[in-house]
Design a protein around this ligand. Structure first.
Ligand code: CA
Ligand code: CA
Ligand code: CA
Ligand code: CA
Length: 370
């Protein structure tokens, strides 16, 4: 069971019920949020996004509980989150709400929501935002045109950017276990926004150019703010299975047609393990350029997998892929970096802070704020 500490929606962090969150300075505004009908096994809090769905200036907290196929929405207000106005959406396909993403795909000024749905042949459900919150009548599904059962379509979702520069947010979907060109090589699907929302006909499929085996390409994938100054956002895709689970991250630049496969570049770090399991973008050093955070929850190999998170810094010349900073955790097999999310500036020092979550292979997980 996961609990959520709430300062405001923007300052939320995860922890489970058994371990303390460290380093996060809690104020008297702290509350613990639990679903009104929650029980163990719900996976409440497995996915969380903060998004101002009704564009009133206060962020809503959307919490997935994929163990029971439910999604909870808590509206923001001047006095904080309104936990009494909890809205529950549900599905019967399995793993509903396992992953979430937000972005304005129809350009009407209200952020829209993408929700993974289905545990076997998965789809991604889209709900458009409106002045009265999520518009359930707008719901539609996106699925891979060549998808197969157990592709894990929707294992990662990102909608926080515009890849082709038309003003509409676009969606990228990881299908970690897609088998083309090779078994478990993984794939990334791209769908472009429009005035009518995401269009299935705009589907683009991306696979790693050097796919020679199990890559799990798309385990995590994010849209990253423009790096090369052409105004089009970029894509980073984790492939933790690459090179016998050393792992790698692939970068692609946005283009007028979506994502340019020809611009592929690859980040690797020697001596690591499962590098690219999780990704996040944040301006960690406050220089105005978006930086890339990459989790390597079982690296470095030399320390029996205590876990590391690498920060690659953006610059006027693009992302510096050669000299990252790294952040580690000492305990044996703690899987530090199993989840990484840049969440905003908690302590007001002008630098964005990140929440790093350990998902312990033994016992409960915990989260830390940096
Ligand atoms: Ca709002
Ligand atoms: Ca919208
Ligand atoms: Ca677009
Ligand atoms: Ca660009």
């Amino acid at each position: 069971m996961l609990w959520i500490l709430l300062l405001s929606c923007e300052e939320s962090a995860l922890r489970d019920g058994r371990q303390e969150t460290t380093a996060l300075k809690l104020s008297d505004r702290e509350t613990e949020l639990q679903a009104s009908d929650s029980s163990i096994g719900d996976a409440f809090g497995h996915s969380v996004v903060c998004v101002d769905i009704d564009a009133d200036g206060y962020g809503e907290l959307v919490v997935g509980a994929s163990g029971v196929d439910q999604l909870y929405v808590y509206p923001g207000s001047a006095s904080g989150l309104d936990t009494a106005a909890e809205e529950i959406l549900s599905s019967s396909l399995g793993s509903f709400g396992g992953t979430l993403a937000s972005g304005d795909v129809n350009g009407d000024g209200y952020p829209d929501l993408a929700v993974q749905d289905g545990s076997n042949t998965a789809t991604v459900n889209i709900l458009h935002g409106s002045a009265s919150g999520l518009d359930s009548s707008s719901e539609y599904s996106i699925s891979a045109s060549d998808g197969a059962a157990l592709d894990a379509f929707g294992a990662s979702l990102s909608m926080a950017g515009d890849l082709n520069g038309d003003g509409y947010a676009d969606l990228i979907v990881g299908a970690t276990r897609a088998d083309a060109p090779l078994a478990e090589s993984g794939a990334l699907y791209i769908y472009l926004g429009s005035s009518a929302g995401l269009t299935a006909s705009s589907e683009q499929k991306l696979v790693p150019s050097d796919s020679v085996g199990t890559h799990y390409f798309g385990t995590d994938a994010i849209i990253v703010a423009d790096q090369d100054g052409d105004g089009l956002d970029e894509v980073a895709v984790g492939a933790p299975g690459d090179n016998s689970f050393t792992g790698s991250v692939y970068l692609y630049f946005g283009s007028s047609t979506g994502v340019s496969a020809a611009t592929e570049s690859k980040i690797t770090v020697s001596g690591t393990s499962h590098f690219g399991s999780t990704l996040s973008a944040a301006d960690a050093n406050g220089d105005g350029y978006s930086d890339l955070l990459v989790g390597s929850p079982r690296g470095p190999v030399s320390s029996s997998g205590t876990g590391l998170v690498y920060t690659f810094y953006g610059a006027a010349t693009g992302l510096d892929t050669l000299s990252p900073d790294s952040l580690g955790e000492a305990s044996y097999r703690s899987d530090f970096g199993a989840k990484v999310r840049g969440l905003g500036d908690f302590d007001g020092d002008g630098y964005e802070d990140a929440v790093v979550q350990e998902l312990a292979r033994y016992g409960g997980g915990t989260s830390m704020v940096f």
